[in-house]
Design a protein around this ligand. Structure first.
Ligand code: GUN
Length: 289
C-alpha cells in the first residue's frame, strides 16, 4: 500500500482563493478589508521567513497587514504598550506576536494581554478554554489546519483512535482537544511517556508534533492510519525534515502529509481564516466597524 499524499499546498491554495472571494464580497458591500498585525521581535531568521510569508499571504487575499519589526532589546512594558494599541486599533482584526520571543520577555503575559477576539493564533487562555469546553471560538491555527486536512481525506473520524505525540501549548494540547471534540479517543504522548511506540501503533490518526527527525519510524504506523507530521526541523543545509520517516511510513499509511508542503501551509491559511472571521465578527460590534 502506498499512502495518498495530503497536499497542504494545494488545499491551502484553494482555501486562499475562497477567502479572496469572501474579501471581495466584503469590499463590494462597502466594508474595510480585514486587518492583521504581526509583531516580530528580534532577528530570528526562521521567524523572519514566517513573517514574510504571512505578509505575502495577506496581500494575496486582500487583507490589510501591519508588520512591526521590533528590536530584540524592547522592554516588556514597551511590547505590552504595542499590543494594547493594537487591541484598540479599529483597522486591526487579528494580532499575532511571533514566537519565540527573547528570554527577557514574559510570553504568557503578552498572550494574556491580546484581546481574545483578536487572538488569531488561538493561544489566549479564553480561546483554549472555549475549545476545552466544546464551545470553540478562535481555534489554534495548526490544529485547525490539520482538522481541515483530515476533512479532506473524507474519512469519518468519530470514534477513531487518535494519538498526538507532543504536548505543547501551541500544537499538542489544542490538537488533542480538537480531536476529542471530533469524537476521537485521544491519547497524548509526551516526553515523560513510558511507551510512546505503543500509543503510536494503536492510532488510526497519528499526529507527531515534536520536532525530532526520525522520531516516528515506519513500523510505529498502524496499517491504514492517517499520518500527520507537524515536525519542521531545518538541517545544516537548510532542508526541512519532519518527525516521521516518510518513505517507510507511506508504505503503511492510508494518507500522509509531506514535509514541507503538508501542515505548514494549512497553519498559515488557518490564521487568515481566523482573521477573516474576526473581521466579520467585528461588524457586529458597533465601535469596531
Ligand atoms: N512561531 C512559529 N509559528 C508560529 C505561529 O503560528 N504563531 C506565532 N505567534 N508564532 C509562531
Amino acid at each position: 500500500m502506498s499512502a495518498k499524499i495530503l497536499d497542504g499546498n494545494a488545499i491551502a491554495r484553494t482555501a486562499r482563493s475562497r477567502l479572496k472571494a469572501d474579501v471581495d464580497r466584503r469590499l463590494a458591500a462597502g466594508e474595510r478589508p480585514p486587518g492583521l498585525a504581526v509583531i516580530l521581535v528580534g532577528n530570528d531568521p526562521a521567524s523572519e521567513i514566517y513573517v514574510k510569508a504571512k505578509r505575502r499571504d495577506c496581500e494575496e487575499v486582500g487583507f490589510h497587514s501591519n508588520v512591526q519589526h521590533l528590536s530584540a532589546n524592547i522592554t516588556q512594558a514597551d511590547l505590552e504598550e504595542r499590543v494594547e494599541a493594537l487591541n484598540t486599533d479599529v483597522s486591526i482584526d487579528g494580532i499575532l506576536v511571533q514566537s519565540p520571543l527573547p528570554d527577557h520577555i514574559d510570553e504568557n503575559r503578552i498572550i494574556d494581554l491580546i484581546d481574545p477576539l483578536k487572538d488569531v493564533d488561538g493561544f489566549h487562555p479564553y480561546n483554549i478554554g472555549r475549545l476545552a469546553l466544546r464551545r470553540p471560538s478562535i481555534r489554534s491555527c495548526t490544529p485547525m489546519g490539520i482538522m481541515q486536512l483530515l476533512e479532506h481525506t473524507g474519512v469519518a473520524i468519530r470514534g477513531l483512535e487518535a494519538t498526538v505525540i507532543g504536548a505543547s501549548n501551541h500544537v499538542g494540547r489544542p490538537m488533542g482537544l480538537e480531536l476529542l471534540l471530533a469524537g476521537c479517543t485521544v491519547t497524548t504522548a509526551h516526553k515523560f511517556s513510558r511507551d510512546t511506540e505503543s500509543c503510536a501503533r494503536r492510532a488510526d490518526i497519528l499526529v507527531s508534533a515534536v520536532g525530532k527527525p526520525g522520531l516516528v519510524p515506519g513500523n510505529w504506523v498502524k496499517p491504514g492510519a492517517i499520518v500527520i507530521d507537524v515536525g519542521m526541523t531545518r538541517d545544516e543545509n537548510g532542508k526541512l525534515h519532519g518527525d516521521v520517516v516518510f518513505d517507510d511510513a507511506r508504505e503503511v499509511a492510508s494518507w500522509i502529509t509531506p514535509v514541507p508542503g503538508g501542515v505548514g501551509p494549512m497553519t498559515r491559511v488557518a490564521m487568515l481564516q481566523n482573521t477573516f472571521a474576526a473581521a466579520e465578527h467585528a461588524l457586529d460590534i458597533p465601535d469596531r466597524r
